[in-house]
Ligand binder design. Structure first.
Ligand code: BGC
Length: 450
């Protein structure tokens, strides 16, 4: 017994703007990420854009063949909203939609289950001009787009996720301004958080009208550990946990907002109406959890607005994005999830690490030992959570390819497949071979494969 149930789904994940390239091809509209990366003020320090990325838009067929060779059973991708609806609403761009139709067909022919995410951060720029997520109408815009996708692909795609990581959208995009659209306002962050969840609710409603399979949402959880048991550190930890981990799951699954949010947002906070809460809390068929790291937290007088700061764990292993490697927190997160939200089917929709890959040698290829270790330890952490009774149905590694790591550009490599950005050649790393063995044995060979 491997510890992974029969039918457990093993796959890899990507997102449209991070890999596709050709953002304006075939009648597509610009997204906020296209604008952000082309802003002359260099919103991304490296000056990188998604213009070419991994050129997946043009290499999709051979990429699917590669996925098949890697033994993937599932592929989680996201749809670029403005490829399909260049103005965000209204007119459908058939050529854009066709790209996803072909992708899904190729995946099915290869025996790979497609998992589609509707929103992985690339809002159509035309909707940003109408206020973007600040506009309450965004929930309707999103439901309209979702219905177009469901109508085109439900039946072939059996698992749909509405949003990917609403916390990142609101915090990075509207509070700290480090991600598109680059705003810096706590008032906007509060409004956007609510509208994102309303949009999720409306999309689930749209799915119930025309979809026949499963819909859920994907949220990133970063468990917070108190730096000490001083009451102020415990309170700071609770605030950090509410802001990042409960802010979106609570409305979606419990129909409530964490009490700490009022204190965190201060005068920017407005209680959500009963109607809004009811809209956000639509029954879902599964949840997606993304896990990368944990954070140790202590109180801080200056760290506005949470008055909580992250304490670096000196001496502990860290990835290239400075995230502590701490696999047992993944098990803890999954147990916490079940304890708080009940027995929903869970998919790990992202887990992985950026490491600088060692130089390639012809004999050994790219021997990314650090990533191999990270994946082995975290997949074992998932196995522990399953043993403790959490209903986990699948695991998607982040990421299939090295890709545009948002504001960090191309320098941070998360792929199990190396991408040479000069030639666009794909080279599976040692972690891809390891993952293939893990998949082939449904996890029994986990420790041995490593
Ligand atoms: C996102 C990905 C991102 C990854 C690594 C997640 O927050 O969904 O798009 O590349 O983490 O930072």
């Amino acid at each position: 017994m491997s510890g992974f149930p029969e039918g457990f789904l093993w796959g890899a994940a990507t997102a449209a703007y991070q890999i596709e390239g050709s953002p304006l091809a075939d009648g597509a509209g610009a997204s906020i990420w296209h604008r952000f990366t082309h802003d002359p003020r260099l919103m991304i320090a490296t000056g990188d854009t998604g213009d070419v990325a991994c050129d997946h838009y043009n290499r999709m067929e051979s990429d699917v063949e590669l996925m098949k060779r890697l033994g993937l059973q599932a592929y989680r991708f996201s749809v670029s909203w403005s490829r399909v609806l260049p103005e965000g609403t209204g007119r459908v761009n058939e050529a854009g939609l066709d790209f996803y139709r072909r992708l899904v067909d190729r995946l099915l022919e290869a025996g790979i289950e497609p998992l589609a995410t509707l929103y992985h951060w690339d809002l159509p720029a035309a909707l940003d001009d109408r206020g973007g997520w600040l506009n309450r109408e965004s929930a309707e815009w999103f439901a309209e787009y979702a219905a177009v996708m469901f109508g085109a692909l439900d039946g072939k795609v059996k698992k749909w996720a509405t949003l990917n990581e609403p916390w990142v959208v609101a915090d990075g995009g509207y509070l700290n301004g480090v991600l598109a659209p680059g705003h810096r306002s706590i008032f906007e962050c509060a409004i956007v958080s609510r509208n994102l969840m309303r949009a999720h609710g409306r999309a689930v409603q749209a799915y119930r009208e025309c979809g026949a399979h499963e819909v859920g949402l994907v949220i990133n959880i970063e468990p917070k550990y108190p730096a000490s048991d001083r009451p102020e550190d415990l309170a700071a930890t609770a605030r950090a946990d509410a802001y990042m981990n409960r802010q979106y799951f609570d409305p979606a699954l419990l129909g409530t907002c964490p009490a700490e949010l009022r204190e965190i947002y201060g005068e920017a906070w407005e209680d959500w109406s009963a109607e809004d809460l009811a809209l956000c809390c639509q029954p879902v068929d599964f949840v997606g959890i993304n896990y990368y790291t944990r954070s140790v937290v202590r109180a801080s007088d200056t760290a506005w607005p949470l008055f909580a700061e992250h304490v670096v764990q000196e001496g502990a292993p860290h990835t290239e994005t400075d995230w502590e490697v701490f696999p047992e927190a993944m098990t803890r997160t999954l147990l916490w999830f079940r304890e708080r939200y009940g027995d929903l089917p869970v998919y790990i929709m992202e887990n992985g690490a950026a490491f600088s890959d060692p130089a390639t040698s012809e004999a050994d290829g790219i021997f990314d030992e650090d990533r191999c270790q990270y994946l082995t330890e975290h997949i074992a952490a998932v196995r522990d959570a399953i043993a403790a009774g959490v209903d986990i149905r699948g695991y998607m590694v982040w990421s299939l390819f090295d890709n545009l790591e948002w504001a960090l550009g191309y320098a941070k490599r998360f792929g199990i497949v190396h991408v040479d950005y000069e030639t666009l050649a794909r080279t599976p790393k040692r972690s891809a071979a390891l993952y293939r063995e893990i998949i082939a044995s449904n996890g029994t060979e986990l420790e041995r494969a490593a």
